[in-house]
Design a protein. Structure first.
Length: 112
């Protein structure tokens, strides 16, 4: 039989863990590079660019499109990698709380 109190307890526990995950996501950072390290982008687990390093040798280059492309590449790579890190943290934190349902993506709950 369905136990409503047990379910509410699980929901409260899930809510507390989600708040904990959101707090941890503020602390997760990841750096990725493009152009053999000429451009480095650091992003947070909240998917925000927090630092951008550009090798000074690129400033003298007249082709601003190359610099722009490298910045975009490094930033997108860092964002993709930090997203995977955040998803892993969500899975760890919610293990045992949510049944293993194929296709259930908890990252859609606004964690990040």
């Amino acid at each position: 039989m369905f136990d409503m109190m047990k379910m509410l307890g699980k929901l409260n526990e899930m809510k507390a863990r989600m708040a904990e995950i959101n707090a941890k996501n503020e602390l997760i950072t990841h750096t990725a590079e493009a152009g053999a390290g000429l451009v480095k982008a650091t992003v947070s687990g909240k998917k925000r660019l927090i630092k951008l390093e550009i090798d000074p040798s690129l400033y003298s280059n007249q082709d601003s499109q190359i610099l722009s492309d490298l910045v975009v590449a490094a930033t997108n790579k860092a964002l993709a990698e930090v997203e995977a890190m955040v998803k892993e943290e969500v899975l760890k934190a919610t293990e045992g709380l949510v049944p293993n349902i194929p296709g259930l993506d908890l990252s859609s709950l606004g964690l990040g």
